[in-house]
Design a protein around this ligand. Sequence first.
Ligand code: RBF
Length: 350
Amino acid sequence: MNPVRRSWIAAAAVLALFASCAKGPDDSSSRPAVPAAFKGVAVFVPGVVSGSPIYEMLAAGARRAAESVPGTTFRVVEAGFNQAEWLDKLAALAASGEFDLIVTSNPALPELCAKVAESYPAMRFFVADAYLPGNPAIHTVLYNQLEQGYIVGYLAGLITTSGLPGANRAKKAGMVIAQTYPTLDKLIRPGFEAGLKAVDPGISLEVRVVGNWYDANRSAELTSSLIDGGVDVILPIAGGAGQGVLSASKERGTYAVWFEGKGYGLAPGTILGCAVLDQERLVRERVGALLSGDKSLFGKADVVGASEGYIGFDPEGDAYKALPSELRSRFEKALTDLRTGSPAFRIDSL
Ligand code: RBF
């Protein structure tokens, strides 16, 4: 065969190869030789997305990972606030047969996923904001919430001891929480308290429990009674019910600090600082790795925090920027110290 004809055949072969790769996902002849790691990804939201930044980031991160693998079925399912129904709803999602990877978030979920995995052994789970090592069907990542708590605690300590117009001399900070649970009792609350005490050991903490993740009226009542008792800065850990903390604090001219970022706009002038938890990046990265076939993550329980960049602070709020510069520089020094490991808040498990 003459060389011109031989190279023409080679070029045609290369073109044919490209053409077959370029065919759309609907064309069954275009299936890659290596099958996709997962055919369907479902996001199981234990609550509702709207009003809870941690769930907004869960859905957004998983969606971006799934969209980067053409042909992957993707759905977000809200399980609502009745926790007694979550197990059945999770099992129904597994039973639908449409999904082989369920992505979810919160510390109560690994146990439910483990139960569902017993009946659906092919199902795989990724649970963010949770800790369960050793189950071959489940990968979890726990955030070092001692650090996120400490960041807002330190700022709250500076606020309650300040001469800001809404601050009094009582040196009392508050938390309005939806319910008690291990991450809150062992990490968030102790972190917040450590931050307060690092500013001034004389600051005390008052905690009130709403009883659910949605009742903003109840959380507004609890907030008012805390303010009556001398509290001038509050951290809500209450999902959608956190709105009640903001409205009551605004009405009374006191302050709030916020968890998980994206808060300043919710109550301008009331929220003076927002800690940041980059759940969107974490979920995007981990789901992306699972979708590209990294099976080694199943069975693993990782812990991430400030030193890996998943926990931090958003300084780009007008209310934060309007704080006295002396207060901000003390706070920013504490932030830098935390990032570089002092005080040391290492945790390896929950
Ligand atoms: N956080 C929310 O923001 N919204 C919720 O609806 C919500 N529901 C939760 C339900 C249970 C049973 C548990 C244990 C935690 C829940 N969280 C919720 C808290 C969440 O996991 C995390 O601790 C907080 O968002 C603080 O980072």
